[in-house]
Design a protein around this ligand. Structure first.
Ligand code: DQQ
Length: 590
């Protein structure tokens, strides 16, 4: 059906005349083996500030009107509408009582929350409805695969289908009585068996999905096959597994084109196609991915030799980003990545705020030209929120200099800048052992530690006298005849509040700096969110920060800076005020 028709329908539902749904369900407490909060992310210290709902609340990222959210679940594009389901606690701002909340959008920018799609009602999910995916079956029928927690706290996999396919919002979902469709038998650890992926169909006409698991420290993607999406049979071996890594949560497995940015439906394979396999590591609360080849006839995925298949491997985002999931947007023929960004404040703050967790801006994702990594960029729709613009170009940043970017609302902005460095040959020498831990390097060589080529970049969410700022920057090193570019999102000075977690995140950048001296940076700043994209999305880092300046009436500052010996030029800088993205809640939770 035509998108315009659905646009019209959607406009109707976002009008505040929609019906209010009341329902209730029995919710048992889950004594989960799964832990969302881990030290040192959480501090037990009390905050001297009066924390309200507002000062740290993002305005254009997807955030819950109230309560706790975590993983994006089953995102999909169906008949002109984007559906985002997500893990949600209807009863508070900490993890628990988990259900699948459901939001709709036609532009990935403005959202309307409708009634939850999946919540505990049956024995196979009575203790919780955990993460999973959606798959569009032949005949244009969506299906959800999700993890249910049964009365014995075992993790099982269930299917759910829309009750009424002619409802454009797919409001209600039913869970057939033949669930669970995959159970933790034959040696599967019942408390480490979760998060089924979007299913793909092989050339033999069989559906396949993988479920995250572990045996001791062996991370595993257990493969299941089905002819009808009802009866699922475990394959004789996992699709992939890695030693000494622990539980693989939220696996994601999808094809990418070797050339070009076009996305592919999850079932596509063959010439000119590579595959990406991503896992969320429960052990570290970080994700990593590999690029490789999927041998369908062998039911195996094999990472390329250029992909490190360990926790030191490539990451979509080197910051606060977890449990991500991609989907194929058949409308714009692109693959989109959604991810959860947890809070870095204390649990006490979250309770005081009354909400916790956001979704990062959906990112278009494709394979880089070198075939070794993916590239991500905020979906183009987000640019519709750009308001007043300010511009700068051709300015020099000498050693120790700082330049204020004026005329922009610095707490809610989109900033794009291209820098050009000189004196590359005088870059500091790089020690090969630093390669395995860019975060440690960013912690040692922070924004206020001068170097030769860099640190240079942006100071965002800065207080008047710079007692608070988050520094997003680059530093270039020399290794033999090559250069190594480090990108950091350094929150160590982000807030005068001692009780919040303030890491200096970091990742290396596959930059072109050696060729032309240029490197680019984009920062999406949204109150407590700093989402940064280095070198056109080759390295991404999200930080969550809680500066006191956001609680005051003082001006929030934005600066370009250079603390390196060598002069850096701003080739061009553009910054926009960002308007609010709507998240309307028309659900009603009991
Ligand atoms: N969150 C869900 C699990 C998943 C974890 C529970 C990842 O299904 O493994 O809320 O954050």
């Amino acid at each position: 059906m035509a998108t315009s028709k659905f646009n019209a329908l959607f406009t109707v539902i976002i009008l505040p005349v929609a019906a209010v749904f009341f329902f209730s369900w029995k919710q048992a407490t889950v004594d989960a083996s799964h832990q969302v909060f881990k030290e040192p992310e959480r501090s037990k210290m009390e905050s001297p500030l009066s924390i309200t709902n507002n000062q740290y609340r993002p305005s254009y990222h997807f955030r819950p009107p109230k309560n706790w959210i975590n993983d994006p679940n089953g995102p999909m594009f169906y008949n002109g509408i984007y559906h985002l389901f997500y893990q949600y606690n209807p009863k508070g701002a900490v993890w628990g009582n988990i259900i699948w909340a459901h939001a709709l959008s036609i532009d990935l920018v403005n959202w309307k929350i409708i009634e939850p799609a999946i919540y505990p009602t049956k024995s196979f999910d009575i203790n919780g409805c955990w993460s999973g995916s959606s798959t569009i079956l032949p005949g244009n029928k969506p299906a959800i695969l999700y993890t249910g927690i049964d009365p014995h706290n075992r993790q099982v996999q269930n299917v759910a289908f829309p009750t009424n396919l002619s409802d454009p919002y797919l409001t209600k979902w039913y869970k057939p009585d033949y669930n669970p469709v995959m159970a933790p038998i034959d040696g599967i650890n019942a408390s480490s068996f979760r998060d089924p992926t979007t299913a793909w169909m092989g050339s033999d006409g069989q559906w396949r999905t993988v479920v995250g698991s572990k045996i001791h420290l062996l991370g595993k993607a257990i493969l299941y096959k089905s002819k009808d999406f009802v009866k699922w049979k475990r394959a004789s071996h996992p699709l992939h597994s890695v030693h000494n890594i622990g539980m693989w949560e939220c696996p994601d497995f999808f094809p990418v084109l070797l050339k070009g940015r076009r996305g592919l439906d999850t079932s596509v394979n063959g010439a000119g196609v590579k595959h990406v396999f991503k896992v969320s590591l429960d052990m570290t609360r970080y994700e990593y991915y590999t690029v490789g080849k999927y041998y369908e006839h062998k039911d195996r995925y094999v990472p390329d030799r250029t992909s490190v298949d360990q926790k030191t491997g490539l990451r979509y985002d080197y910051g606060n980003f977890y449990a991500s999931k991609t989907f194929y947007d058949g409308g714009k023929k692109r693959r989109i990545l959604c991810g959860w960004s947890n809070e870095s404040d204390s649990q006490t703050d979250d309770i005081a705020k009354g909400w916790a967790g956001i979704q990062t801006i959906p990112r278009r994702l494709w394979l880089a030209k070198n075939g070794r990594q993916v590239v991500q960029w905020p979906v183009e729709e987000i640019e519709s929120l750009r308001g007043k613009r300010t511009k700068m170009k051709g300015l020099k940043l000498k050693q120790g200099s700082r330049l204020e970017v004026k005329g922009v609302k610095a707490s809610q902005a989109d900033v794009e800048v291209v820098f050009k460095v000189s004196g590359l040959e005088r870059a500091e020498p790089f020690d090969h052992s630093w390669l395995s831990d860019p975060e440690k390097l960013c912690t040692q060589k922070r924004a206020d530690v001068p170097g030769n080529v860099g640190p240079f970049g942006l100071l965002v969410l800065a207080s008047n006298n710079l007692t608070e700022y988050t520094a997003v920057f680059f530093r270039v090193f020399k290794y033999r005849s090559r250069y190594v570019t480090l990108m950091c999102s350094d929150a160590t000075r982000s807030s005068l509040r001692p009780e919040v977690y303030k890491p200096a995140f970091g990742g290396f950048v596959d930059s072109q700096i050696q060729k032309n001296g240029k490197i680019s940076l984009r920062c999406l700043i949204d109150h407590s969110v700093v989402e940064s994209f280095g070198e056109n999305g080759r390295t991404c880092i999200t930080s969550r920060v809680y500066p006191i300046v956001l609680s005051t009436k003082s001006k929030v500052g934005l600066y370009a800076f250079n603390h390196g010996l060598e002069t850096v030029k701003i080739i061009k800088l553009k910054a926009w005020d960002m308007k609010n993205g709507n998240v309307l809640d028309e659900s009603s939770y009991v």
